[in-house]
Design a protein around this ligand. Sequence first.
Ligand code: ZN
Length: 291
Amino acid sequence: MSTDYAVSALAAGDTVRVIAARTTRLVREAQARHGCSPTVTAALGRLLTGAALMGIALNSRERITLQISGDGPVRGLIADVAAGGHVRGFALRPQAERPLNSRGKFDVGGLVGRGFLHVTRTFDTGQPYTSAVPLASGEIGDDLANYFASSEQIPTVVAVGVLANPAGVLAAGGIIAQLLPGADTETIEVLERGAASLPHISALVRDGQTPEDLVHRLAGGLAPRVAGTHPVAFACRCDAERVMKAIVGLGHHTLAEMAASDVDTEATCDFCGQRYYFSPAAIREILESAS
Ligand code: ZN
């Protein structure tokens, strides 16, 4: 299977920015790590794809976290992206499921329900910056477009899609087009027509269309030129040391219980499902160094 990547492009005399990505492997890995149901795979996959698209311009000290919380059966979805196209994420209830909707599609909106999208930008120094917008439909693409329009005042077209069946993820990808200062009304109309006539992104990816092809499908009438190519992959930043710090945060009483136990303490990274084991002797050592 072809590797995942994203491309960024400028169009209409540099008044439109277009970013497109193939994310099939990313979504497949998330599904496998978390054992997601088909509809959760579609929902989480769309959010991971959105994160991948939003993350291509990050430097090594920044990251973006997208958090969806809703009253639907999945309760919440989290995706986070760091420089280098390192994307990770999880669902609060990965096994949640909904029947297909009346159009025979995954009912992602019903799975998510009503709620909020929180977008947090984290920098190496200074406070993280979070903005929250009510969910537009819970279908993820609409919600991201609504975030850009209402929170960043950037008119944005977003399409993210996952093609999956009970056997697994067949294809996934997405595209974002944003109007930059100076864009004229004709440009907006061309983009809107392109978005309206765009087939499902995941079907295009399944048929072998590359991110460059997706850019031309959406913005071909605006003379796009690809400005950069960027890697995209599932990658987590957890390690035993970070997990140990989280365990220390549980407090002296809990640590003492773990140290007195005759079995290892198991801790699992929410983002990637990696399990870490700490022996009672290792926990005792932490207790002693803390006292
Ligand atoms: Zn992890």
